[in-house]
Each structure stands twice: as structure tokens, then as C-alpha cells.
Design a protein around this ligand. Structure first.
Ligand code: HEC
Length: 205
């Protein structure tokens, strides 16, 4: 066998050298790519005039909330018009779909304690939890829409809040459904349209 280096072996040597270089990869470069310069949180930086590496939030940045919504309408997201004042009427248009959604959510989240008709006789109450007031109590019939939204979001007394489980759209849908429940027990005959009133009166005779 001929072991001498000849012109013929040059390509193999070049190939081997290239392979070794490739295997070493970026580690041969003075600045290792696997160790990239970066700032840790709160690190100072000489690059900016204020000496901080963290940059201030640009003007007009819009925060995105827990449900991914843009919270630019405080009434819609709190039910309040002031720190303590509740909005009288819900800021949504109510149609059949809203009420059906509200009914479904109410039956899932509220009826275990408040009962399906809102009388406060839910199954959990029958098993010993403090009985909530009936939604047909005149005080709650007269309470503003925003009050129900707020109780749902933040809880009341022994009742815990549902902010993390019921999104604002659904909270308003539930308020609408509670109003429907209240109407079902409290409506006055003379507040009905004339034709409906006549129909009912004829049935009563
Ligand atoms: C685990 C049982 C439970 C569930 C579920 C529940 N509540 Fe309550 N709720 C209560 C109790 C108990 C009270 C009374 C609290 C107290 O007086 O300490 C109450 C009180 C209320 C009040 C009356 C506040 C007042 O001024 O008296 C409203 C309105 C209300 N709940 C709405 C809801 C709605 C809407 C839901 C569904 C999203 C819901 N609750 C789910 C137990 C529950």
C-alpha cells in the first residue's frame, strides 16, 4: 500500500478539514450563537437615555384583558357608571338568542343555588347553603341591571364571583334572563299592549 501524500489525496484532505470545521459549527466563531447577548429583566442599559433596558409602553397601546377583549367601555365591563353607581339598563340589545343564551348560562351557573325560577330554592340551598334572596323580592326587582352584572363578577356575601367563568357577554345575557324571570312573576296587566291584554282578559273570564 502506498501511504505517501500525493496530489491525488489533496481533495480528501480538504474534505476532511471542511467536515471538522462544519462539525465545530458556530462554536468557532468568537461570538457563540448559543450564548446570545440579552438583557435580564430590569438590567440597566447604556443604549437609552433613561439608562433602562426595558422600554416604556408606546403611547396609545391598548391593553388586552383576560377574555382577550379590548376594555375600552367601562360600563360594559363593570356594570357601573361611577365608582358606586350602577348602570340602570344593560348596554346590549336583547333578542331571543340573548335570552336563550342567558337561560342556558343561568341554569348552569346560578340555578344550583338560586333555583331555576330564581326563588332562591336551588338544590345546594336545600342541602344546607345559606338561602339567597329571591330575585322576585321587590328590592331586587328594582335593582339596576348593572347591580346583577357586578354581583356576578365580584360576588356578594357568601356568594363567590364568577368573573373567571362567565365572560361579560354572557353576564349581560344572564342579567337579561333574570329580568325575564322577574317579569314572569311581576308583570302588571295594564303594562301589556292592548291586544295582549284583551287576549288574557278574555281567557280569565
Ligand atoms: C353556590 C351558590 C350560589 C351560586 C351558584 C350563585 N349564587 Fe348568587 N347568591 C348566593 C347566596 C348564598 C347569596 C346571598 C349571599 C349573602 O347574603 O351572603 C347570593 C346572592 C345573590 C344576589 C343578591 C345580592 C343581594 O343584593 O342580595 C344576586 C343578584 C345573585 N346572587 C346573583 C347570582 C347569579 C346571577 C348567579 C349565577 C351567575 C349566582 N348568583 C350564582 C349563592 C349563589
Amino acid at each position: 500500500m502506498n501511504n505517501r501524500l500525493t496530489l491525488k489525496s489533496i481533495p480528501s484532505i480538504v474534505f476532511l478539514a471542511a467536515a471538522v470545521l462544519l462539525m465545530a459549527g458556530c462554536d468557532l466563531v468568537p461570538l457563540h450563537m448559543r450564548v446570545q447577548p440579552r438583557y435580564e429583566p430590569l438590567d440597566p442599559s447604556a443604549m437609552w437615555a433613561d439608562g433602562m433596558s426595558a422600554r416604556p409602553i408606546p403611547a396609545n397601546t391598548i391593553p388586552r384583558g383576560h377574555w382577550g377583549e379590548i376594555k375600552i367601555d367601562p360600563i360594559y365591563y363593570t356594570g357601573k357608571i361611577t365608582e358606586t353607581g350602577y348602570v340602570q339598563q344593560m348596554p346590549i340589545t336583547v333578542n331571543r338568542a340573548t335570552l336563550q343564551r342567558g337561560q342556558e348560562r343561568f341554569n348552569i351557573f346560578c340555578s344550583p343555588c338560586h333555583g331555576r325560577v330564581g326563588d332562591g330554592q336551588g338544590m345546594i340551598v336545600q342541602r344546607g347553603l345559606k338561602k339567597p334572596p329571591s330575585f322576585h323580592d321587590p328590592r331586587l326587582v328594582d335593582s339596576p341591571d348593572g347591580y346583577f352584572f357586578d354581583v356576578m363578577a365580584n360576588g356578594f356575601g357568601v356568594m363567590y364571583g364568577y368573573a373567571s367563568r362567565i365572560n361579560p357577554d354572557d353576564r349581560w345575557a344572564i342579567v337579561a334572563y333574570i329580568r325575564a324571570l322577574q317579569y314572569s312573576q311581576n308583570v302588571h296587566l295594564d303594562s301589556l299592549p292592548a291586544d295582549v291584554r284583551q287576549q288574557i282578559e278574555s281567557q280569565l273570564q
